[in-house]
Design a binder for this molecule. Structure first.
Ligand SMILES: *Cc1c(COP(=O)(O)O)cnc(C)c1O
Length: 344
């Protein structure tokens, strides 16, 4: 694996969302009922048994969060405690050991600090994307929990999702489901994404940016996109997002529910969003750490494209939500208490 270029060689404005092998990552092992202290390492290759449960039975979960460089050149994290807790929930669902919240935050900070020259400059829109990953390892062949676990936290600079302004794209629906009604949709576990590759690829080939999955039991309600939750703004200015046990509880969603009410003065609702009742919305979008907000131009369902605000222009409420959230993340807008963690 080739190592990342030196920071001075990176064209910050043209970064995409690609893996990069940075100098340092955090690595901890769980064995005999406990975690070791963990350490920063240079080796980006994991050495694991062919019998590792992560490889055969999907005993693997992950997280995704970002570090942001502020105007006055500090580095900060956005709600890493939420990622730490969600990872604990994912671990419990897969019978994996949990990692303490405070240690998770400290480990994330140590990885950011150890690679701080790779946090993109303020103003480029770029961020340092952080990927915590836990896998079951050790030799196993039966379907049961692994005897040992690895937690690794690595990072890479990623570019602004939108170069030259937030732009809507079209989404489609799919024959396939993302998660079963009482399955693992609530957890950020590897298996959910393996099964999304085929419908995601079909959507891309048909010219859509992603799939909006319907509820697996009745196929009448919107659940979420492949890696982002859905929201709509009703004609009377209510921020609505689906409530379901089979969607992944997005930190971005939780944050926007708060900001829509507290900063924009909108009513908010978590409830059913029927796919044949999209006329109630004047704007719609997908929300998650990677894109922050991806405005949805239209959704294709049964060969009809339902357009919300516009296929080419972002709606005013969506733009305001985007500006408020990114303003907080980059330190330009005052954050609600407890949302920002300083790295340096
Ligand atoms: C990670 C993820 C999201 C977004 O969650 P954030 O915490 O906002 O990044 C939404 N849906 C799915 C399926 C995801 O994997």
């Amino acid at each position: 694996m080739t190592k990342a270029p030196a920071p001075s060689q990176i064209d910050w404005k043209n970064l995409g969302f690609e893996y990069m092998d940075l100098p340092k990552r955090f690595l901890a092992h769980w064995k005999d009922g406990k975690w070791d202290d963990g350490e920063l390492t240079e080796d980006s290759t994991l050495h694991i048994s062919e019998g590792a449960t992560a490889l055969h039975y999907g005993q693997a979960d992950f997280e995704g969060l970002k570090a942001y460089r502020t105007k006055d050149n500090h580095i900060q994290l956005f709600r890493p405690d939420q990622n730490a807790k969600r990872m604990q929930n994912s671990c419990e669902r897969l019978l994996m050991p949990t990692f303490p919240v405070d240690k998770f935050i400290d480990a994330v900070k140590s990885v950011v600090k150890a690679n701080e020259d790779y946090v993109p400059p303020y103003g480029t829109g770029g961020t340092l994307y952080i990927r915590p990953l836990m896998i079951g390892v050790g030799g196993t062949i039966g379907v049961h929990a692994a005897p040992e676990y690895i937690l690794t936290i690595f990072a890479m600079p990623v570019g602004a999702y939108y170069k030259g302004g937030v732009k809507p794209t079209n989404f489609t629906t799919s024959y396939y489901d993302r998660a079963a009604p009482h399955g693992t949709g609530q957890s950020k576990v590897g298996g959910n994404y393996g099964s999304s590759l085929l419908p995601g690829d079909q959507a891309h080939k048909a010219g859509y940016s992603d799939v909006v999955y319907l509820d697996p039991a009745t196929h009448t309600k919107i659940e979420e996109a492949g890696s982002a939750n859905f929201f709509g703004i009703t004609k009377d200015n209510k921020f609505v997002t689906p409530k379901s046990d089979s969607i992944l509880p997005s930190v971005t969603k939780r944050s926007l529910l708060f900001l829509a009410k507290d900063r924009l003065g909108l009513d908010t609702e978590e409830g059913d969003v029927f796919i044949d009742d999209l006329d109630r919305f004047k704007e719609a979008g997908a929300m998650g750490t990677a894109a922050v907000i991806a405005p949805i131009g239209g959704i294709e369902y049964k060969d009809q494209l339902h357009v919300f605000y516009s296929e080419t222009e972002v709606g005013p409420v969506t733009q305001k939500l985007y500006d408020t959230l990114t303003g907080i993340q980059f330190g330009d807008v005052e954050a609600p208490e407890g949302w920002i963690y300083q790295v340096d």
